[in-house]
Design a protein around this ligand. Structure first.
Ligand SMILES: [Zn+2]
Length: 67
């Protein structure tokens, strides 16, 4: 039962990240910084709301290379 609750939380959290919504308050996040390093793009997202500290670093492959 514990595992099921954790799974639901993880899925909800992942949906928030995919939609770029603040995990704290649900506001649409703003891209604050972006860097490209060795095949990965790092995007730093920040919540635009004044009293909210919601933020996260997103890492994704910049190019899908198939060998
Ligand atoms: Zn927020």
């Amino acid at each position: 039962m514990e595992d099921e609750r954790i799974n639901i939380f993880v899925i909800k959290h992942k949906q928030a990240l995919d939609n770029h919504l603040c995990p704290e308050c649900g506001m649409i996040m703003q891209e604050a910084q972006r860097s490209d390093e060795s095949g990965f793009v790092f995007v730093w997202w920040e919540c635009p709301r004044d009293n909210c500290w919601g933020q996260w670093l997103e890492k994704k492959a910049s190019v899908m290379s198939v060998a």
